[in-house]
Design a binder for this molecule. Structure first.
Ligand SMILES: Cc1ncc(COP(=O)(O)O)c(C=O)c1O
Length: 490
């Protein structure tokens, strides 16, 4: 019999921290320690980023001046850099930081979990943590959106969403409708319903898709009528990557009816707009309708862990995976529903309600929109439109490539392709450099800045942000462009 014996670790333990004494057979490569990682300076980080992560991305960071910043710590609404400078976070990790940075209750729950030496991986057993999180997500979800699949990202949650819908729709209706300017992730399945040419590149994608304009109910009806193989429609409730684009309430109500009429399953992608960001737990709740399947991620991880969830109506889920024979077709992956991630989300959802963060997003979000609208009126030649709901706000600038004085055009033309004609890059770079404020750009519309501050954002933070923006815009287009160009040579 092959008896497994435990290795004697006494000797190994005694040399931990003294690698030069460790007589191991496998030599240790030149690994950096955790402390080494924390203390890397900007120059060394740049070298490592270039050598091992993404040299091309560094190019954009340099263009915006972001490569000079090393974040040492983050708390609440702020990052703190290597010089102790506070950076107000109106970017919010594209909606991943509803609770701000390092929320004390979320940190505490994680610490307790670690101190109690709770288990993480429980593939063999049922997990009390995954069960409780699934219960909580179902409790936050309207109608019979009761069945939860847990994963580790928005893409994974959306993959699960299109798979459960495809199986429930059945083999005769494999086609998926998606919208222009959609963003649903970069894994291959959801990339096929993501509308960005940059991301799609030359990849061979799944071809059972039909593209329609976002918010156009007639186009959807035409598609449903024309093609009985359509079984699923996937839409972000608010398009984030598209530039904070919303559809009318009437659109969603008609969509629900149309889906019922044609037996098409509606998948609502709430990865970015969900979890209270627009002033309701799910953005679709503004319209009094319930989809068949939805997905959450980003802030579901409490800003501390990677958690994504697909949530399906029970009937849909049971059709897809409801029998012992079908149950394992799309059961959780290795890290789906692991311990600490789940308790992080459980605490986060409790904090969301205990601290009234959804109401705050609605109320303080209105205040943000009001202040931005006043800024638009003050700078009408620069700001084209302010739009959004709660803390999911888009600020669109006029395309200035044709209006810029002739003398500045060659200078701007020399700057990178990505920034030509777009003020967002200039404004984002100067907001950080001169005002210590961070904002986000938008994938498909380079003239739009996305504002997705943590839901803990208060009026005073809105004032700091809006005063900074107003101050910057008061320099005028020429001043902004000149200052940006100067920052490239300094
Ligand atoms: C609407 C939407 N869906 C899906 C995703 C993919 O999420 P992840 O980046 O966690 O894979 C994103 C990410 O930005 C998103 O905004």
């Amino acid at each position: 019999m092959n008896v497994m014996t435990k290795p004697d670790l006494t000797e190994a333990r005694s040399v931990i921290g003294a690698p030069e004494l460790a007589p191991t057979k496998t030599p240790k490569p030149p690994l950096l320690s955790v402390e080494d990682a924390k203390s890397l300076d900007v120059a060394r980080m740049t070298d490592l980023f270039k050598a091992h992560l993404n040299p091309g991305q560094l190019h954009f960071m340099k263009l915006l001046g972001f490569h000079k910043v090393k974040i040492e710590r983050a708390e609440g609404m702020y990052y703190y850099d290597q010089n102790g400078r506070a950076i107000l976070d109106f970017f919010g990790g594209f909606g991943s930081l509803a609770f701000g940075h390092n929320h004390p209750r979320i940190i505490e729950a994680r610490k307790r979990f670690q101190d109690e030496k709770r288990h993480e991986i429980a593939i063999a057993f049922m997990s009390q943590y995954a069960s409780a999180l699934a219960h909580n997500i179902a409790a936050c979800s309207p109608g019979d959106l009761d069945m939860v699949f847990l994963g580790s990202s928005g893409s994974e949650a959306m993959e699960a969403a299109i798979k459960v819908a495809e199986r429930a729709a059945g083999p005769k209706r494999p086609k998926i409708v998606y919208a222009e300017n959609s963003f649903h992730g970069k894994t291959k399945g959801v990339l096929s319903i993501t509308d960005g040419q940059l991301y799609r590149g030359e990849f061979k994608l799944v071809d059972n898709t039909v593209r329609v304009p976002f918010g156009d109910i007639e186009a959807i009806e035409r598609a449903f009528r024309a093609d009985p193989e359509i079984g699923v429609i996937v839409l972000e409730t608010v398009q984030g990557g598209g530039g904070i684009i919303q559809a009318q309430a009437e659109f969603w109500q008609k969509l629900r009816k149309l889906c019922d009429q044609f037996g098409v399953l509606w998948v609502a992608d709430e990865v970015q707009c969900g979890l209270g960001r627009t002033g309701r737990f799910y953005a679709f709740e503004h319209y009094g309708v319930v989809p068949d399947v939805t997905a959450l991620a980003k802030s579901l991880g409490g800003g501390k862990s990677a958690v994504g969830a697909m949530i399906a109506r029970r009937e849909v889920y049971m059709k897809a995976y409801g029998t012992p024979k079908t149950a394992m077709i799309h059961a959780a992956a290795t890290f789906g529903g692991i311990g600490e991630a789940c308790i992080t989300s459980i605490e986060a959802l409790n904090v969301l309600y205990d601290e009234g963060l959804i109401d705050n997003a609605a109320e303080t979000g209105d205040y943000l929109l009001e202040r931005l609208e006043a800024i638009r009126r003050k700078h009408p030649t620069i700001v084209k439109e302010v739009r959004g709901k709660g803390f999911m706000v888009g600020l669109e600038f006029h395309d200035f490539s044709q209006t810029l004085p002739m003398v500045l055009r060659p200078v701007v033309a020399m700057l990178d392709d990505k920034l030509k004609g777009s003020l967002s890059g200039f404004i984002g770079a100067l907001l950080l450099r001169d005002y210590g404020v961070l904002v986000a750009f938008t994938e498909y519309n380079r003239n739009v800045i996305r504002l997705e501050p943590p839901l803990i954002c208060q009026r005073e933070h809105v004032d700091v942000f809006c005063d900074a923006l107003d101050g910057l815009l008061s320099r005028g287009i020429v001043g902004i462009v000149k200052d940006f160009v100067k920052s490239q040579v300094s």
